[in-house]
Design a protein around this ligand. Structure first.
Ligand SMILES: [Zn+2]
Length: 151
């Protein structure tokens, strides 16, 4: 069923969220959770800076906004950047079946681990996502290192 979905259109929702986060002065990572038919369940973005909350990542924000779902196996998590360990853990914990990432150049996160554990990971290698993140990292190295738990 996922083969019939327009992955770029799904990713665009996450990109729009990332841009919103950037406009708020935050880390530009967006996420969205979709049902198998491509209907949107929840969307969100990293709000570490805005809310002072290190647990609000694009993925966790979208996940929470989607509310309770009976099963996650057929759900699709879309994120502009490869999920960190925290978000990779969330994906495993709830058995989310498919993850679409905008890019994994700036940060590979847990995508190899997800694949090894049966999660379908689709890496869009989006130039728009790569440039958005690399620009942010160059201009805000301290915030970025804080975001990924580096010192
Ligand atoms: Zn994360």
């Amino acid at each position: 069923m996922i083969a019939t979905l327009n992955h770029q259109a799904l990713l665009q929702v996450a990109i729009d969220e990332a841009m919103l986060g950037l406009s708020e002065g935050g880390v530009p990572v967006g996420g969205a959770l979709f049902a198998a038919d491509g209907s949107l369940l929840g969307r969100g973005h990293n709000r570490r800076v805005q809310e002072g909350d290190p647990s609000i990542h694009g993925e966790t924000d979208a996940f929470r906004k989607a509310g309770r779902q009976r099963s996650y196996r057929d759900k699709i998590m879309v994120t502009t950047l490869a999920p960190c360990w925290f978000c990779s853990g969330l994906i495993r914990q709830f058995n989310i079946g498919t993850v679409i990432v905008g890019e994994s150049v700036n940060f590979p996160g847990g995508i190899d681990w997800l694949r090894e554990n049966g999660v379908t990971v689709i890496d869009m290698a989006s130039k728009e996502c790569i440039d958005m993140m690399s620009d942010y990292i160059i201009n805000n190295p301290a915030v970025w290192n804080e975001d990924i738990g580096e010192e």
